[in-house]
Ligand binder design. Structure first.
Ligand SMILES: [Zn+2]
Length: 147
């Protein structure tokens, strides 16, 4: 999964801890990092969600470490592949990611069915949010331009 840096070099996917205001730490945030200069940027597909999370954390005065993959489904799928993925192996990261995203969507739909059966509104809302995080990514198919 690659992107070009403003310096012209390739950027590759990585995960890192981001610290905001010296008190809020969010770990396992997917980023693109340049191999040449040390420039990095947060993966565009999770940026909105990351900012929303940051706003919530600021409001709640919560301090300490948050694992981003626990609140964002796309980051979670990516992180689980990233940990075990070997760059020299095929299929490519994008191919595995697309397949795993589809599996995760199916799983979430099943869970949503359970929540609905139990009439658990809070749970249904949580699953809906998780579904949109991942299905937006799949629908707008960032896979196609990621080579
Ligand atoms: Zn660069």
């Amino acid at each position: 999964m690659r992107k070009l840096c403003h310096c012209g070099q390739k950027m590759s996917l990585d995960f890192r801890v981001l610290i905001f205001g010296g008190v809020i730490e969010i770990d396992r945030v997917p980023i693109f990092e340049c191999e040449q200069c040390s420039h990095y940027e947060v993966l565009p597909a999770v940026k909105t969600d990351l900012l929303a999370l940051l706003g919530e954390l600021k409001d709640s005065d919560e301090q300490g470490l948050v694992l981003f993959n626990e609140v964002n489904e796309l980051a979670d799928v990516m992180f689980s592949i990233f940990r075990t993925w070997n760059q020299t192996e095929s299929p490519s990261f994008e191919v595995i990611l697309e397949q795993k995203c589809k599996e995760r969507i199916n799983l979430l739909l099943d869970v949503y069915g359970c929540a609905k059966e139990m009439n658990d509104r809070h749970w249904m809302d949580d699953i809906s949010k998780r579904l949109s995080q991942i299905s937006d990514f799949v629908n707008y198919s960032q896979f196609s331009g990621a080579n």
